[in-house]
Design a protein around this ligand. Sequence first.
Ligand code: FES
Ligand code: FES
Length: 219
Amino acid sequence: MSETDSNGGLSISRRSFLKSFGTSAAVAATAQVEAVAKELEKATAEKMIGPEAVPITLQVNGKALKLQLEPRVTLLEALRNHAPLTGSKEVCDRATCGACTMLVDDLPVYSCSMLAIETQGRKITTIEGLAQNGKLTPVQEAFIDKDALMCGYCTPGFIMSVTALLKNNPRPTADEVKHACSGNLCRCGTYPRIMQAAFKAAGVASNSKTEVISYASLA
Ligand code: FES
Ligand code: FES
């Protein structure tokens, strides 16, 4: 309560000052808490996607691919099971064999270990996207010419890895080819021919069979 001082002016008692100050502070604190709560609510709403299927758009082989997917779906599963792109193979499904290799922004990735939802807005290239108007790429032609496959399960992955290598390094050394393919496994053991195919695609004179075999011990 305000009081009148000896000069007729208004004076504020210590008690009423503290009381009104306390009320203002409490109001300000409450407003702050509410603002923080609203921000948290907004951030949580933005982060929480799924678990039910949500609309996803992927840029695959130069085209927009619209899918309805649960956020847990991998890129490999999205393209193999929710689109007709079965060229990339699922073998280990745990980032060890490279059969699922695709290019994301021109870099080779294990698509079995990447969520489809994460790749929105990025350029995805699968083995189906290499040939243009029915014309195979030099890497694909070289794999055929050098008979660089047996069962063929690893082949799309190797082709994608070699394609990525030659894009950045058109004349690689044997060690560079070996390094680029070190994430790909061929259980049939066609490594020497895969090496020969990579050399052929790069226009590098093929080494002798013995040299290629020694380079091709990728393990
Ligand atoms: S299936 Fe992806 S690395 Fe083996
Ligand atoms: S050709 Fe069969 S796994 Fe490589």
